[in-house]
Design a protein around this ligand. Structure first.
Ligand code: DX5
Ligand code: ZN
Length: 242
């Protein structure tokens, strides 16, 4: 149920809009495309980030993996800080796929993050961490793995700015889109407040993006569908459906 009451009753200090105090004003209200730098060429990461933004990417998605919550290691705060230095105006959307997200909120805030999403599967009670993220001026998101029902995060939708639906089992880019998660996007769109961003992450490509958009997703993450192509602008247009 979407109500203005929900949208106006966030937890203490909530930025209320995706992007937090640092980036919210620069993001449009429509569909956003977030290139995931997991598939960028790390040997020239700064240039890759700028190229993705110049090509029409609205923000950058930073996948953080600890080798424990997921079977892969990726990037830490130092990489995030380097990306922030290379693209200081960009909204940095940090996706924590880690067993102990509380340990990384301050380090990523200090590294220039605008937004932090953590997994509901990793915490008992997300509220204290949502509050800490907000207190640091960032927006907050909750993610659900493909086998986690939406009910796990519905009680918190009025306190967060983004709900992330994983459409692959997290850990790697380049996996196949799991289309049975699509109804979850629709359910979160209908259950959440008006300003809630509903993000799809994993296997989103020009052939799967239309279904994401049709099910209420307004923030598409894509790694291989952008950085795996030679023309980033064409890839981003294809994801937007324009
Ligand atoms: C997967 C990550 C995704 C990943 C998406 O665990 O959370 O953000 O980078 O990669 P693609 O778009 O290639 O599936
Ligand atoms: Zn991600």
């Amino acid at each position: 149920m979407t109500t203005s009451m929900q949208a106006s009753t966030p937890s203490t200090g909530s930025p209320a809009v995706f992007g937090g105090r640092r980036s919210a004003a620069r993001l449009s209200s429509g569909l956003l495309i977030a290139p995931s730098i997991l598939s960028a060429d790390f040997a020239c990461l700064g240039a890759e980030c700028r190229a993705a933004l110049d090509a029409g990417g609205d923000l950058l998605h930073v996948d953080v993996m600890d080798g424990h919550f997921v079977p892969n290691l990726s990037m830490g705060p130092a990489i995030c800080a380097a990306v922030h230095a290379a693209a200081p105006d960009a909204c940095l959307d940090v996706h924590l796929m880690v067993t102990d997200p509380a340990a990384y909120v301050e380090p990523f805030a200090n590294a220039g993050a605008s937004h932090i999403t953590f997994h509901i599967e990793a915490v008992h009670d997300p509220r204290p961490l949502i509050g800490r993220i907000h207190a640091l001026g960032m927006s907050a998101g909750l993610a659900i793995n493909p086998d986690t029902p939406t009910e796990a995060i519905v009680p918190f939708l009025a306190e967060i700015e983004l709900a992330l639906v994983m459409s692959v089992y997290p850990g790697f880019s380049g996996q196949k889109f799991i289309d049975r998660v699509l109804p979850k996007t629709r359910a979160l769109r209908e259950a959440g407040p008006r300003l809630l961003r509903v993000q799809m992450d994993g296997g989103v490509a020009p052939d799967t993006a239309p279904a994401c958009r049709a099910h209420g997703c307004d923030l598409i993450v894509a790694a291989s569908a952008i950085f795996g192509r030679s023309d980033y602008a064409a890839a981003i247009r294809a994801l937007r459906g324009t």
